[in-house]
Design a protein around this ligand. Structure first.
Ligand code: HEM
Length: 409
């Protein structure tokens, strides 16, 4: 699979509730002071700079040069041939870019193969939840991250939102792959390519008048802080939901799952001094960077509607099941984010899911016998599986390629 993608978040009730539903019309500036200490990171130390003012300097410069000299089509053609973790880089890549990628593809010294294997097994045994959370839930959370929604909307991919939205969330699936970091896997490849794409976006979006109008004063998108926000919308959110769902998780599994995402963060260009070393540190950082920035945008609402429309079409031709799709979406991201995303309330299905899903989880985890699972639960289970299948199918054959323009028009 050569597709993948990104992002998301959550935050139900709790901290978010304090802000009150739609009252935070434009939370793009609502960042809190950076106080998270680098001592809590995988590096254990660091300068402690506010990550909102840090980007990815070296690759940003290299990719900007590739775009400016008109080399994007040639480079993309070569990147297409690079698909496996253990494969040499195409020799015809521009020398400076190739040399950079050679370094960028190396796993960090702290990567632990044994933990990655635990994560692979965990991803397999808890695949349904993880795919639903990292894949589908993530897509709907990302649209409530104003900076992310807007950068996606105004970048090249925004022009084909069907494709754009479908690609969204594929990274979660790729990381969950059993082979993810093995020689025959592809997460290293996808992460390095994504790093190049993000560098291109940093060069291109500032040239978009529509983006500049809505960027809330940010002059270059996708800062390290933005990366962290999105990162928390993946593992931190998924872990929180699984605990909420009472999925039994051993401490070895929890550590392995965190580790695979720490390594992924590094490969995507997040500096080690910002990558949380433990779940406690991750939760603390998430509260600081993610909770305060979530909110509604017209772009996010539009993207969510397209996504839910696609899912409804998929789960039932003719779209009769859109209410179930809406309710599942609301269940995954919570009422607050769902309202920001403009997902309609569906009282019947919401109640059904709230009752049935915990039972389904308990049954799957062998905690309760089958007769205790209400029959309606299987309709919901089936819808969840179709969601996931939809994403997996859509993601297949998609290519991560460097954009050379913004969204036209
Ligand atoms: C592209 C993943 C953070 C904005 C991509 C792609 C992936 C990805 C896999 C390439 C495939 C595609 O086009 O969909 C991730 C992950 C992130 C992250 C895993 C963090 C853990 C962010 C953030 C932003 C962002 C924070 C903006 C605030 C974009 C944009 C594109 C992109 C605009 C290019 C769309 C285009 O081709 O026009 N991301 N991303 N990403 N990402 Fe990210």
């Amino acid at each position: 699979m050569d597709g993948l993608s990104r992002r998301r978040v959550l935050l139900t009730g709790g901290t978010l509730g304090a802000f009150g539903a739609l009252s935070m019309a434009s939370p793009a500036h609502a960042r809190s002071l950076w106080t998270w200490a680098p001592s809590g990171s995988v590096a254990g130390k660091g300068a402690g700079l506010d990550p909102d003012w840090v980007w990815d300097e070296e690759v940003d410069r290299l990719v900007a040069a590739v775009i400016d000299r008109g080399d994007v089509p040639r480079v993309n053609e070569l990147l297409r041939q690079w698909t496996r973790n253990d494969q040499p880089l195409p020799t015809a890549l521009p020398a400076d870019l190739r040399e950079y990628m050679e370094r960028a593809r190396q796993l960090p010294a702290w990567a632990d193969r044994a933990k990655l294997e635990v994560a692979a097994e965990f991803n397999k045994s808890r695949g349904l939840y993880l795919n639903l959370l990292n894949g589908v839930g993530g897509g709907m959370l990302s649209t409530a991250i104003p900076r992310e929604a807007r950068s996606v909307y105004y970048s090249k991919g925004g022009a084909d939102m069907e494709d754009r939205v479908a690609k969204t969330s594929m990274l979660g699936f790729a990381v969950g792959d059993l082979n993810a970091f093995r020689p025959d896997g592809d997460v290293i490849v996808q992460a390095v390519k994504t790093r190049l794409v993000h560098a291109a976006v940093r060069h291109l979006l500032p040239q978009s008048p529509a983006w500049a109008r809505t960027s809330g004063g940010q002059t270059v998108p996708i800062s390290q802080a933005d990366m962290l926000v999105t990162w928390h919308s993946l593992p931190t959110y998924a872990m929180r939901k699984m605990l909420e769902w009472k999925v039994p998780i051993t401490s070895t599994e929890a550590e392995g799952y965190l580790h695979v995402w720490q390594v992924t963060a590094h490969m995507l260009g997040i500096r080690d001094e910002y990558i949380p070393a433990t779940w406690d540190e991750a939760d603390a950082q998430s509260k600081q960077v993610l909770d305060p920035v979530l909110g509604p945008t017209p772009e996010g609402v539009e993207l969510t509607d397209i996504l839910l429309g696609q899912l409804a079409e998929q789960t039932s031709p003719g779209g009769i099941d859109r209410p179930l799709v809406n309710a599942l979406g609301r269940y995954l991201v919570g009422d607050q984010v769902a309202d920001w995303d403009g997902i309609p309330e569906e009282p019947f299905w919401e109640k059904a899911i709230a009752t049935a899903w915990p039972k389904l989880v308990a049954f799957r985890e062998k905690l309760i016998p089958l007769p205790l699972v209400p029959p309606l639960a299987w309709t919901i289970d089936e819808a969840a599986r179709k969601y996931i299948l939809f994403y997996l199918t859509k993601g297949q054959g998609t290519e991560i390629s460097i954009p050379e323009t913004n969204r036209p028009g």
